[in-house]
Ligand binder design. Structure first.
Ligand SMILES: *[C@@H]1O[C@H](CO)[C@@H](O)[C@H](O)[C@H]1NC(C)=O
Ligand SMILES: *[C@@H]1O[C@H](CO)[C@@H](O)[C@H](O)[C@H]1NC(C)=O
Ligand SMILES: *[C@@H]1O[C@H](CO)[C@@H](O)[C@H](O)[C@H]1NC(C)=O
Ligand SMILES: [Fe+2]
Length: 459
């Protein structure tokens, strides 16, 4: 039963429709504010006992299985899972043909408490030395409750390696989240760039926080066990909850979601970079120090010099909080990071910056505001061929609902905006061309709502 019916649904629909109507009055001089109105499920989390969160059968069966890139160049994955009855081995068996596992790798186990909640046994195992462009099968767990999955490694680093990324943000665990996930899984995406705010477990209190993290792990397994999701953190991962005695930021996230930060010489799992096929992907943390002299600032300065656009022409940056956003929700929250990093983004000709945080979709033109200083009095963004395109995809469908009120008139920098749930895909074709789509949830898989060809900023 995925569809909730009854009086509550209708009420929420009317609420959401009226927000969208309000937001579509008055078109800006620049881009498009879509007037599309679509019905959505109410913004409530899927109940605990739903099939969407099903626990795999068997004693100590591995659950919440997910993978992420494990090195700098795509020849390794980190495989993570949780066992609940006993620790069990942190071992992965793998190979290139089904049911024949020639190799094995050993990882490590961790666990944590959150208020009175005790996590399961969380395993992370690095599987490295893989061949490019190869399908691998892997097996975790013991005896009858062992489980098998597979993944495909990316092509080797090459400027013309084609690759399709999905971009998902602010997902949560509602029926709208499920719709986003199911639509993404039909899109042909080969890896997910996740722009922060994973489970929204922090909307709960006490033991329910940990419980909702477990549910979310089981919820995304249908995709994340078979293709890598590249993680970045959002504000909902901070979980600073002194009332419950929990004051260590990112505690649940850091235990559960590994990143290959050491491979890019980062000192912290919250910011790192990977290279994959023809892309260099830089992941930043909006909620860690980033001003001049901080570790994140120093690391980014170094990473930008390590980049080689001859080998990886596509430069993509992920950060949770958008720098250009014309929604009334979270307006101006990205200003501090803009002040810190925008001139680098222009200098290094970043292709695209993906963000979440605002629960709507928005795409900018190539603009910058780097000439402004507090005494120049010239504070407006201007068209700039070297600047990135800024895309906000915070419309995964979490329980907080849509951010339906855009600023009126639409600012000149805003090319397209719409408050509906969905995800994006970026189909990199070669060193010069990439096809980009934003896909609204209730369209068929080939119906892209905002569709653009991006030309590479380097070639
Ligand atoms: C982790 O698991 C071990 C082994 O079961 C247990 O002794 C320990 O108390 C757990 N630690 C936490 C923080 O839950
Ligand atoms: C600030 O901007 C003004 C006008 O563009 C310029 O003359 C001045 O040198 C700038 N100051 C700094 C510190 O960059
Ligand atoms: C790159 O891909 C685009 C779109 O598919 C195509 O039109 C173009 O000819 C390709 N360029 C090269 C150099 O292969
Ligand atoms: Fe957020």
């Amino acid at each position: 039963m995925l569809r909730t019916t009854g009086i509550h649904t209708s009420f929420f629909r009317i609420l959401i429709i009226s927000y969208v109507l309000l937001s579509s009055v008055g078109y800006g001089s620049a881009g498009t504010t879509s007037s599309f109105i679509r019905s959505v499920w109410p913004s409530i989390d899927i109940p605990l006992d739903s099939e969407a969160f099903a626990i795999p059968k068997g004693h100590n069966a591995p659950q919440q299985v997910h993978i992420t890139q494990g090195d700098y160049d795509g020849k390794a994955v980190i495989i993570s899972w949780v066992t609940t009855d006993e620790p069990g081995p942190s071992k992965v068996q793998y190979g290139t043909s089904k049911e024949k596992y020639e190799f094995s790798a050993k990882g490590s186990m961790t666990n944590y408490t959150f208020y009175n909640y005790k996590s399961g046994y969380i395993h992370h195992c690095l599987v490295d030395g893989l061949e490019h462009e190869t399908k691998y099968y892997y097996k975790i767990g013991m005896g009858d409750s062992a489980r098998e999955f597979w993944f495909q490694t990316p092509p080797k680093i090459d400027p013309d390696s084609p690759y399709t990324y999905g971009i998902i943000g602010d997902l949560g665990q509602t029926y709208n989240s499920l719709s986003t996930l199911e639509h993404y899984m039909q899109s042909g995406g080969q890896a997910v760039l996740f722009v922060g705010d994973l489970s929204y477990a922090d909307r709960y209190e006490y033991d329910d926080v940990g419980i909702r993290w477990d549910l979310w792990g089981r919820f995304v397994e249908r995709s994340a066990a078979y293709q890598p999701w590249m993680w970045s953190v959002g504000n909902h991962e901070i979980e600073y909850m002194p009332k419950m005695g929990e004051v260590r930021p990112f505690k649940s996230y850091l235990h559960r979601y590994a990143t290959p930060f050491l491979a890019s010489k980062s000192s912290n799992p919250l910011w790192y970079a990977i290279r994959r096929a023809s892309a260099h992907i830089i992941v930043l943390s909006s909620y860690s120090p980033f001003v001049k002299y901080t570790p994140q600032w120093k690391w980014l300065r170094e990473e930008l010099t390590r980049m080689d656009r001859e080998k990886t022409p596509w430069l993509i940056v992920l950060m949770h909080c958008p720098i250009y956003n014309s929604n009334t929700a979270h307006f101006m929250e990205g200003e501090s990071m803009r002040a810190a990093f925008e001139s680098w983004f222009v200098q290094y000709k970043v292709d695209i910056i993906f963000s979440g945080h605002v629960h709507a979709y928005e795409r900018s033109y190539r603009i910058s505001n780097i000439h402004y200083n507090v005494s120049s009095g010239d504070p407006y963004p201007v068209p700039d061929k070297s600047a990135p395109i800024y895309i906000t995809v915070g419309d995964g469908g979490n329980q907080e609902g849509l951010a339906g009120r855009f600023k009126v008139p639409q600012p000149d920098y805003s090319a397209f905006r719409e408050a509906s749930y969905g995800h994006s895909t970026l189909e990199i074709k070669n060193r010069t061309h990439a096809l980009y789509h934003w896909n609204r949830n209730d369209d068929g898989k080939k119906m892209a709502t905002d569709s653009v060809v991006f030309f590479n900023q380097y070639w």
